[in-house]
Design a protein around this ligand. Structure first.
Ligand code: XMP
Length: 544
């Protein structure tokens, strides 16, 4: 079944993926394309609606990203956000100018809830004085709500046929529409959580104005994708390098459902996994698990430790771990012989960030898998998660019956504990960090659960990533009557949205104290525990 499509045209804004995620939360499928995409290509995709994202430029400057008038004359509803809203006005005959004050942050906005775009948004504002705004075509906006503003420029004159349907104290056109032509603009950012009713506005656009039925759901995604995989693969053989992370696990489950025994998963235990992780992966995907597939576990721990002996430099360690993986995988692939397909766990942010989707090419080189392995003999690749965001991958995983602990697992770097042990990696150090990390996560999880039970909401300090690492430092301590000279464990927890910047999370001191005493009592070779307070930047999330 062909999904209804909304196109998100990217003008380089930092929230392009967030816009797309919010649209999908309205159960509508959307894809991100650069503003450089040809109009004929856009027409051929037959979208139900188009959203223009924000961007870092001023639309009236020479060379600023733009789009021809044709885009607004396709007869398809268009919604511009921030830069997109200004550009729409600029191209269609309105005026955009530099404002005297920059509007930034949470702002009270007055909306006209009688319009299709703002239907049901805000509360009656009789007790809040209406700001004095005089402008032609201005609507009587009686409801108010909060929005997130971030702009220097403002729309000082509306294009013919438009009326303003929202304003703030400083901004006469916080939102505008031309009902006749089905054109809409929102000057603020409905896609961010700081605009609490933003999703309602986007819902109004994609579901009511564009008329999308809302058929994008993960249960039907699984069903349709299983059919597509069967069609593509036929009776061919598929090989998958299973890491035990969210993406490759969901991929394995999806392929298992589609083609069962035609799938072979190779799981390399490099000895740098978290405590018990190898066995957990085996319990789910191995012969005793519930999937009828071929599962090969390679216990390469000693091989990795031998390669890493004496190596201290972080990038060198990363390189060795990566290269060794290729070697081990290659050996297994040779034993299996030629396969028809290689499965890859590429997901939509990888596609967008590698520059294939949108405009804002954020390339995190060290996180990418980096091309196709040329040592495996295969004809084609299968990438069934290619169009999914991470939260959708998780949802699909639950649909496929994977356990929650696996589906909601926090990010874990490919080189694993190898980059959480500063300096040389040894089996002994791995054991220390595994045990300390297990205790730390157990205590944090317990505290998070207790908070939620007591307050009914997640703790405000809930971290997005938290783990223990091993500093390469040893120091003097005392245990009983004995002098010790042992390692210092570092515990870290960060709150972040995109993992590009992060703040250290305020884990309650009592939790940290429990963690400290448990680690020192239960993990041999440790006599100090440090909490890492560093933000990113200047720190990184991992230690190396
Ligand atoms: P940093 O340390 O760069 O981490 O602030 C940002 C996010 O990326 C993860 N990370 C990695 N993931 N291979 C990976 O697959 C790596 O080499 C790597 N280094 C960092 C890290 O866990 C965090 O989520």
């Amino acid at each position: 079944m062909k999904e209804e499509l909304i196109l998100v045209i990217d003008f380089g804004g930092q929230y392009n993926q967030l816009v797309a995620r919010r649209v999908r939360e309205c159960n509508v499928y959307c894809e991100i394309y650069s503003y450089k995409t040809d109009i004929e290509k856009i027409k051929a995709m037959n979208p139900k609606g188009i959203i223009l994202t924000g961007g870092p430029n001023s639309c009236y400057e020479d060379g600023a990203p733009t789009y021809s008038r044709e885009l607004f004359e396709l007869g398809v509803p268009v919604l511009g956000l921030c830069y997109g809203a200004q550009l729409m006005q600029h191209v269609l005959g309105g005026k955009v100018e530099r404002a005297t004050v920059r509007e930034y942050g949470k702002t009270e906005v007055f909306v006209n809830a009688d319009t299709a775009l703002m239907a049901g948004v805000g509360q009656a504002s009789s007790d809040i004085p209406m700001p004095e705004i005089s402008m032609e075509g201005h609507k009587d906006n009686k409801n108010h709500t909060t929005c997130w503003m971030s702009h220097f420029d403002y729309i000082s004159k509306l294009a013919p046929g438009f009326i303003s349907v929202a304003h703030t104290a400083d901004c006469p056109v916080a939102a505008a529409m031309n009902k006749e032509e089905n054109l809409y603009g929102i000057q603020f950012h409905p896609e961010v959580l700081h605009t609490p009713e933003g999703t309602k506005m986007l819902f109004n656009f994609v579901r009511n104005i564009c008329g999308c039925a809302g058929t994008w759901r993960m249960d039907s995604f699984v069903e349709n994708t299983v059919k597509e995989i069967r069609e593509k693969v036929g009776d061919g053989k598929v090989l998958l390098a299973l890491s035990g992370g969210v993406d490759s696990s969901v991929l394995a489950a999806l392929l298992a459902k589609a083609i069962g025994k035609q799938l072979t998963c190779v799981f390399v235990d490099h000895g740098l996994l978290r405590k018990n992780e190898g066995d957990e992966v085996e319990a789910i995907f191995g012969p005793k698990g519930s999937f009828d597939i071929n599962f090969i576990r390679v216990n390469a721990q000693e091989r990795y430790y031998a390669k890493l002996a004496g190596v201290e430099e972080p990038e060198r360690k990363r390189k060795i771990i990566g290269e060794e993986f290729i070697r081990v995988f290659e050996e297994e692939a040779k034993k299996i012989g030629s396969v028809d397909f290689l499965a890859q766990g590429t997901i939509y942010p990888d596609v967008v960030e590698s520059g294939l989707g949108g405009e804002s090419a954020v390339i995190k080189s060290h996180h990418n898998v980096g091309g196709l392995p040329d040592f495996v003999d295969f004809k084609d690749i299968v990438e069934p998660l290619r169009n999914l965001f991470k939260d959708e991958v998780r949802q699909a995983g639950l649909e496929l019956g994977l356990p929650e602990f696996l589906v909601y697992r926090q990010p874990f770097p490919g080189p694993g504990l190898g980059i959480r042990i500063i300096g040389e990696v040894t089996g002994e150090k791995v054991k220390i960090v595994q045990d300390a990390d297990y205790i730390y996560r157990e205590e944090v999880d317990k505290a998070l659960k207790a908070y939620k039970e007591e307050h009914g909401v997640d703790a405000p300090w809930m971290p997005n990533q938290y783990f223990a690492a091993l500093s390469n430092m040893r120091s003097v301590g005392v245990m009983g009557d004995e002098r010790t000279y042992d390692y210092a464990v570092v515990v870290r927890a960060v709150r972040t949205i995109d993992f590009m910047t992060a703040e250290s999370a305020e884990i309650p001191f009592s939790v940290l104290q429990t963690v400290m005493s448990r680690i020192i009592n239960e993990v041999r070779g440790v006599n100090r525990v440090f909490y890492d307070l560093t933000s990113k930047p200047p720190g990184t999330i991992e230690m190396e």
